[in-house]
Design a binder for this molecule. Structure first.
Ligand SMILES: [Fe+2]
Ligand SMILES: [Fe+2]
Length: 256
């Protein structure tokens, strides 16, 4: 558009985006799941028959979305880090802190994976989602720690070097109180033999938002190799209890 042209109206812009999207998708129709619309305050879903009627020559997308980074046929955890996790830097900074603090590899792994729920999937209850995704592939202590950081981060432990983060006061307000299910989970975790592993996620977490920190996934490839049981068939294709979650991350716009 040259500088003298009339600015596009919103609906022209939307039409153009749709056109561009169709072009990138070729002969396929991508649809949005209800959850994607809920983030915009709408409980609604694309009407399959109406979309098909408007595009009689096209089929619905039933696999890879060409607008997203391409995944290999047998994806590894590293492939998900590179192609599906949005906030890689935060995870790497947390793991780097843990490594420099001299903690064992289970702690480093827990820090590296603690927010993959947020980074690749959804914010709400991200500790639980993340733990479930990794459960078949890591030591039980690692997935337990990832699950429990959901609750522990709301409760200080001065002896372990963790105060309630000022960032949470800024983000959620001074009067935010964790819901009863979070309190119960904290109470269960407090006396658990792996409490400190999860607590160390919190300790290494709050310092890990420096946008200028230099971190590299390559530094963790060996630790991942020793602590993540990468399935031969690729994540998503090994019939594990969480394989469907990895497939959904791979194909988030698949029709069914
Ligand atoms: Fe987190
Ligand atoms: Fe975090």
């Amino acid at each position: 558009m040259n500088e003298h042209a009339r600015p596009q109206t919103l609906s022209e812009r939307a039409d153009e985006l749709e056109e561009q999207m169709m072009h990138e998708l070729g002969e396929r129709i991508a649809t949005k799941s209800v959850l994607f619309g809920m983030a915009d305050g709408k409980v609604a879903m694309d009407n399959g028959p109406a979309l098909k009627a408007a595009n009689p020559d096209k089929y619905f997308l039933m696999g890879a979305d060409p607008r997203l980074p391409k995944m290999p046929a047998k994806p590894t955890l590293i492939d998900f880090f590179n192609n599906r996790f949005a906030s890689l830097n935060h995870l790497l900074q947390s793991a780097t802190h843990a490594l420099k603090g001299g903690h064992n590899e289970k702690v480093v792994m827990a820090c590296l994976l603690h927010d993959i729920g947020v980074a690749g999937f959804i914010r709400c209850d991200h500790g639980y989602w993340g733990a479930q995704m990794i459960e078949p592939y890591v030591d039980e202590e690692v997935s337990w720690a990832v699950r429990m950081h959901q609750a522990l981060r709301f409760f200080p432990d001065s002896a372990a070097g963790y105060e309630y983060p000022q960032m949470y006061i800024n983000n959620f307000g001074a009067d935010y109180k964790p819901e009863p299910y979070i309190v119960r989970e904290y109470e269960r975790a407090r006396n658990h033999k792996w409490y400190m592993t999860s607590r160390l996620i919190c300790v290494n977490d709050i310092y890990s938002f420096d946008p200028n920190a230099k971190v590299n996934l390559d530094d963790f490839v060996d630790i991942i190799g020793r602590n993540f049981k990468q399935p031969e068939e690729g994540l998503g294709f090994d019939d594990s209890p969480s394989a469907h979650m990895w497939r959904t991350l791979m194909w988030p716009t698949r029709f069914l």
